[in-house]
Design a protein around this ligand. Structure first.
Ligand code: AMP
Ligand code: ZN
Length: 112
């Protein structure tokens, strides 16, 4: 399968990794939209959030544990934003599930 984030997870494509364990990788976004902009992905290929189910949701819980860990490490004590874009209407451009962990500035809602 030709998936760029699978290749980042395996190390085939380089990235600036900030966290890695058996099931999860986190790396800096190539086009950061905030002073801290990290993508957290499951190593297993899940295409998008609408493919989360009983069989694979444990890794999603773990991603949020990792997000809290990284937010602390990066000093985001004033808050942060964790975003998932799902499918075309959601603006998802890479079809491997990922969560954006963003911080270091104030965000608007619902955009910005
Ligand atoms: P989304 O629009 O939610 O699918 O987000 C995809 C994100 O992946 C964007 O913020 C891109 O900047 C980021 N991105 C795409 N390719 C790479 C890459 N090779 N390394 C790091 N980030 C990437
Ligand atoms: Zn993938």
């Amino acid at each position: 399968m030709d998936c760029i984030f699978c290749k980042i997870a395996s190390g085939e494509i380089p990235s600036t990794k900030v966290y890695e364990d058996d099931t999860v990788v986190a790396f800096n976004d190539l086009e950061p939209q905030a002073p801290v902009h990290i993508l957290i992905i499951p190593k297993m290929h899940i295409a998008s959030a609408d493919e989360i189910n009983e069989g694979n949701s444990a890794v999603i819980a773990h991603i949020f544990e990792v997000a809290a860990l990284i937010a602390k490490e990066k000093g985001l004590s004033n808050g942060c934003r964790i975003v998932n874009n799902c499918g075309n209407d959601g603006g998802q451009t890479v079809k491997h599930l990922h969560f954006h962990l963003m911080g270091g500035r104030q965000f608007g809602w619902p955009a910005g």
